[in-house]
Design a protein around this ligand. Structure first.
Ligand code: CDP
Ligand code: MG
Length: 695
């Protein structure tokens, strides 16, 4: 390892001079035996405990309190409990704590329930999309995604049941967090008794404070009424992290999965005990790395070498999540390979080594091409520092960066870009419209989205007939679509299926599209997987293939054996059934009729077209390489190798999403008859593309 690694020259700053935030600090208390002390003792040892009184005082006296504290200091798990102990949940009121990530919601809720000694779903509960584990009468502390809280506003615009709303992980600047912050600021004016806590690991606390204090009207009120101060309070919780020594790769790394395997193995061979946390990009890469590492550990001639390799990403089953969080048994070393969810949302005890690939999966939207991409892109310096910090949780640690120091200094941006500024805004616009916000461009955003992206979104929504000429939600279509908690294009597809008599099938398709993948991803077994897929493959495309898999799964009696035999992910199929059930309920609520089209797959394809017409592409006539161009903006795209239409290349296709690697690949593709496009969206295609679509 010595010749490969170069120690970093950057000294981690002790104090961020602007805000007085302690980033890394020397050891203050030893935490050996941490796992053996009582929960109460553990709670008191967390850095946030020393601030309990101050936090409660600030929340009492200020409408908004901004709390900054290093990951693991106890913000998420402790503050809601302090609030409850101080009476903020008395009289039937509820304390809410939002997270951008579903997995984080589940994990912290179950931790807090455990700390309070209550059953999850009673006093402490959580809600994420398609999963509600709360009790109307009993739940006092509720964890939820910020997206779910936005949805709750549609029923209860002032969120009256909540006494305190803690918007956690605000530094992530997820699109829902930003919308939520803008709306909560409005709600505060109507509900002075509501308290907000904005918390995060790193945040430009001052600009956030300015955002909550930039209204003249509010300033005028201050002092005239008795009530909380409108000027936000800022509190920083001093961390207790240990020093982390940072090492860089001497040369750029050609294959980060391979580099992860060799780095982990050499840490395991040469370094003292302590768990390893690896930051990778997404499920596919993580599964591949887990498999390679597991094999490597076995091939090393040490089958019981003590290495326990585990993945961590959203969509993991509960049992797998529990494995990740459970303490490592004696003589074993845990290696957790994670997406950036472990960067700040979750704390894993016992991590001493961090291996940072330097990448994460990020969404990028280009309003010119109107393509939203999921791209593996370099992280920011701020993220890299957060990742390194995870190694200093229990004792001084080491962080191995799989990139050069030069790359860190020169190529990595200081901060990430808020998601709002790199996303397709269709869902965002429809949600605001449904909440009665008419002037979207004039909305008070923490970070303004680009006007081009806004206009693109309005165009699509207009073509979907969700908005009328005055940019108001249409009735019933617009309101029905806003009611379905899915991408508006999927929701439109469901509505269309009602008229086409194939709602049972389309609801299945929608459920499959809302999970990552129904296939087992197996590196090295690609051939077997492809063969398994062929058993279900439909000439029409992936959506119809999903229906075949679903049918097979039902016919097998929902058997896990059947799944394994066919390379179908059993856990994913259970999820599909669950989501499908919920979607059926929603469909019935908004007045749709559930009907099956049996084997009329044309109806299914038409329904897909009705929702996704904006994603239509045509095969280039002269192209033997399978090059398509989007009708909308003539972008070059290709069918993803995972699609059943890969190499089949029908002339006209519609895709569900795009992923970029060396090229822009369409994932989940279905063939169509181009005349359906004009049928589905006359104003969208009439002028711009009339020439290219045969009538
Ligand atoms: O939100 P913040 O990052 O400040 O910390 P937290 O999530 O409240 O975690 C506080 C502590 O609780 C962590 O340092 C862990 O020791 C512990 N914890 C745990 O053991 N298991 C969990 N699932 C969550 C937290
Ligand atoms: Mg937290």
């Amino acid at each position: 390892m010595a010749q490969f690694w170069k120690p970093g020259t950057e000294r981690p700053p002790l104090l961020d001079d602007e805000e007085g935030i302690l980033l890394y600090s020397a050891s203050r208390s030893s935490s050996s035996g941490y796992n053996h002390v009582s929960i109460e003792k553990q709670r008191q040892r967390l850095p946030v405990f020393r601030y309990r009184t101050s936090i409660l005082y600030l929340v009492e006296t200020h409408a908004t309190t901004i709390i900054v504290g290093e990951t693991g200091s106890g913000k998420t798990t402790q503050i809601p409990q302090y609030l409850k102990e101080a009476g903020w949940a008395d009289g039937g009121r509820v304390i809410a704590c939002t997270q951008p990530r579903r997995l984080a919601v589940q994990a912290v809720a179950s931790r807090v329930a455990e700390e309070m000694g209550v059953k999850l779903g009673e006093e402490v509960g959580y809600t994420i999309r398609f999963e509600d584990l709360t009790n109307r009468d009993l739940t006092r502390i509720k964890f939820l995604t910020d997206g779910v809280l936005l949805r709750e506003m549609m029923e209860d615009p002032l969120l009256t049941k909540y006494s305190v709303i803690m918007v956690d992980e605000a530094h992530e600047r997820s699109i829902s967090t930003d919308i939520l912050l803008g709306l909560l600021k409005k709600i505060q004016r109507r509900r002075p008794e509501l308290r907000l806590i904005i918390s995060s690991a790193t945040i430009e606390a001052k600009s956030m404070a300015a955002f909550f204090h930039n209204s003249k009207k509010r300033r005028g009120l201050e002092g005239e009424e008795r009530g909380p101060k409108t000027e936000p309070a800022i509190l920083s919780v001093e961390g207790r992290g240990f020093n982390v020594q940072v090492f860089y790769a001497e040369e750029p790394v050609p294959d980060y999965i391979q580099a992860i395997v060799s780095t982990v193995m050499s840490i395991h061979d040469q370094e003292p005990m302590g768990d390893i946390l690896v930051f990778l990009t997404g499920q596919d890469d993580i599964d591949a790395a887990v498999q390679l590492l597991t094999e490597e550990a076995q091939n090393n001639g040490k089958p019981s070498s003590g290495l326990v390799v585990l993945p961590l990403y959203s969509g993991l089953s509960r049992a797998d999540q529990d494995l990740v969080f459970s303490p490592t048994s004696r003589g074993k070393r845990k290696v957790v390979i994670s997406t950036n969810i472990a960067e700040t949302s979750l704390t894993l005890e016992g991590v001493v080594y961090v291996v940072d690939s330097g990448f994460s999966k990020q969404r990028f939207y280009n309003p010119i091409s109107d393509i939203e991409n999921l791209v593996v892109a370099p992280i920011s310096k701020a993220s890299a520092r957060q990742r390194a910090g995870r190694a200093g949780r229990v004792r001084p640690g080491k962080c191995y960066r799989l990139y050069t120091e030069e790359h860190f200094v020169k190529e990595m941006s200081a901060e990430g870009i808020p998601e709002m500024q790199r996303s397709n805004l269709v869902s965002c616009v429809i949600q605001l419209k449904a909440l009665g916000i008419d002037n979207i461009l004039g909305f008070d955003w923490p970070a303004s989205p680009s006007p081009e992206a806004m206009i693109r979104a309005l165009e699509v929504l207009y073509s979907l007939r969700v908005l009328d000429d005055d940019a108001k939600l249409t009735s019933p279509t617009g309101f029905q679509i806003a009611e379905i908690p899915l991408d508006p294009m999927i929701s439109k597809m469901i509505l269309a299926s009602n008229q086409l008599g194939c709602s049972e099938e389309i609801i299945t398709v929608a459920a499959v599209l809302s999970i990552q993948s129904i296939w087992i991803s197996a590196r090295g077994q690609q051939k077997q997987l492809d063969e398994a897929k062929l058993r279900f493959a439909a000439a029409e495309g992936d959506h119809v293939t999903f229906l075949n898999v679903y049918k097979g799964f039902l016919q097998s009696g929902k058997s896990s054996k059947w799944c394994n035999k066919n390379f179908v992910n059993y856990h994913a199929m259970r999820k599909v059934i669950e989501i499908r059930e919920q979607l059926r309920r929603i469909a019935l609520r908004i007045g749709l009729v559930l009907k099956s089209c049996e084997s009329d797959m044309q109806a299914v394809r038409k329904a897909v077209t009705a929702g996704f017409f904006a994603n239509a592409c045509r095969l280039e006539a002269f192209s033997h390489s399978g090059m398509y161009k989007t009708l909308r903006s003539s972008q070059e795209v290709y069918i993803h190798p995972s699609s059943v239409l890969f190499r089949v290349n029908p002339k006209w296709v519609i895709y569900h999403s795009i992923v970029s690697t060396d090229r822009q690949y369409m994932r989940n593709v279905i063939s169509l008859d181009p005349s359906w496009l004009l049928e589905a969206a006359p104003h969208f295609y009439q002028h711009q593309q009339a020439n290219s679509i045969p009538h």
